[in-house]
Design a protein around this ligand. Structure first.
Ligand code: PMP
Ligand code: GLN
Length: 392
């Protein structure tokens, strides 16, 4: 069969994701993997116990497509408690990770020719999903080191064809958080131009600034135009479970559920039971894990600084960003990441992989810190040696 011309152009030249590629390189070279984001520590025992119980005692057949009612209710309870949002279970669709929710939201609301605003660095799934739906991604670059959102940049990107924006707060890979003013500005623009906000809030509960997360959904005029996306993978540090969800008002929620039913229809049911139990746990259970992550963040930050690496400010996520140029390293981020995994035995993520177009910063690499202390110490030692070799 002739394959040329049969493959959708979005997939014709597509590479494996930078996260998967760096993890494969880490395995190949036996490197410490600070690339793809996942914690190495033990998951909350209550969730493992609940998943085991669900496997043994509950049905292992198809759950309702939009998700177990118990989980949808637990998600609403969680957001009422932690973010003051008043949501109904009918507004929630459970998905196979936030990735599926992003796909469903784009497929539900982006039509051929629609422009969708993305902020760069952007999670790598966004632009291909928009293009696969026939939409046109319009990217607004955010400038390091603070990655702030500017009203003028947003205003000049909006055209009569703009239908939606995709907004990731807290922001992966930068680890920064939008201010109240930035959120209010974004909300005003969405209302004024009648845009749908696809809000990727998977990092909402991985914050170290002790400020409660605020969803764009809670701003005036936003409830009816926001898709709020979350992930148990991040809340509980269980990335392999791939349980996520999307929440929206009335008609939007119906469209999302329709998109979901022909992407995956339903999601692993024993894990849905376990996540439902997890979301009902008292907040101090989660706090234990947060305390460990906070300590790991301080450890890697101090170690990298000691080794001569310039670390950018970070308030959230599992990631620290290093400025190579300011660290005296004259390599592009891609060259650094590719050499470091082989020569130093440490995998990282080059941040330029999450930008498209011109003026892409090529001096930033991301390191995941949610690893045991001895692993972080070993990684720092390797990176210190590597920097000495590079800077002579
Ligand atoms: N969005 C962002 C910003 C992410 O960082 C991630 C995962 N790291 C996802 C979406 C995907 O989440 P999930 O694994 O639940 O599909
Ligand atoms: N989002 C994760 C990260 O930033 C990776 C997810 C994936 O590999 N698909 O590392």
């Amino acid at each position: 069969m002739k394959t040329a011309g049969r493959i959708h152009p979005v997939y014709a030249e597509m590479e494996r994701t930078v996260f998967d590629r760096m993890s494969a390189l880490a395995r190949e070279h036996g490197a410490i993997n600070l690339g793809q984001g996942f914690p190495d520590g033990p998951p909350p025992p209550a969730l493992i116990e609940a998943a085991g119980r669900a496997l043994r005692e509950k049905s292992n057949q198809y759950p309702p497509g939009p998700g177990l009612m118990e989980l949808r209710e637990a998600i609403c309870g969680y957001y009422a408690r932690r973010q003051g949002l008043a949501l109904l279970a009918e507004q929630v669709t459970v998905t196979s990770g936030a990735t599926e929710a992003l796909a469903a939201a784009v497929f539900a609301f982006v039509k051929p020719g629609d422009e969708v605003i993305l902020f760069q660095p952007a999670y790598d799934a966004y632009a291909p999903l928009v293009r696969r739906a026939g939409g046109i991604p319009v990217s607004i670059p955010l400038a390091p080191p603070h990655f702030r959102y500017r009203a003028e940049a947003l205003a000049s990107a909006i055209t009569p064809q703009t239908r939606a924006l995709m907004f990731n707060d807290p922001l992966n890979p930068a680890g920064t958080v939008a201010s109240h003013e930035e959120l209010a500005m974004m909300a005003r623009a969405c209302v004024e131009h009648d845009l749908i906000a696809i809000c990727d809030e998977v990092w909402e509960d991985v914050r170290f600034d002790r400020v409660p997360h605020r969803s764009l959904m809670g701003f005036p005029g936003m409830a009816e135009r926001t898709v709020k996306i979350g992930s148990a993978g991040k809340i509980f540090g269980l990335t392999g479970w791939k349980i996520g969800w999307m929440i929206a008002d009335g008609h939007l929620a119906t469209a999302l559920a329709r998109a979901h039913q022909f992407l995956t229809f339903a999601t692993a049911v024993p894990l849905q039971w376990a996540v439902a139990e997890g979301l009902l746990l008292p907040d101090d259970v989660l706090e234990g894990q947060r305390t460990e992550w906070r300590a790991a963040r301080e450890r890697l930050k101090a170690g990298l600084a000691q080794a001569g690496y310039e670390v950018l400010p970070n308030a959230a996520t599992w990631f620290l960003t290093v400025d190579l140029a300011a660290s005296g390293i004259a390599l592009t981020d891609r060259a650094f990441s590719e050499r470091a995994v082989v020569e130093a035995g440490v995998a990282s993520v080059p941040i330029s992989a999450l930008y498209e177009g011109e003026d892409v910063p090529e001096h930033l690499v991301r390191f995941c810190f949610t690893k045991p202390a001895d692993v972080l110490d070993d990684a720092v030692e390797r990176l210190a040696r590597f920097r000495r070799e590079l800077t002579g």
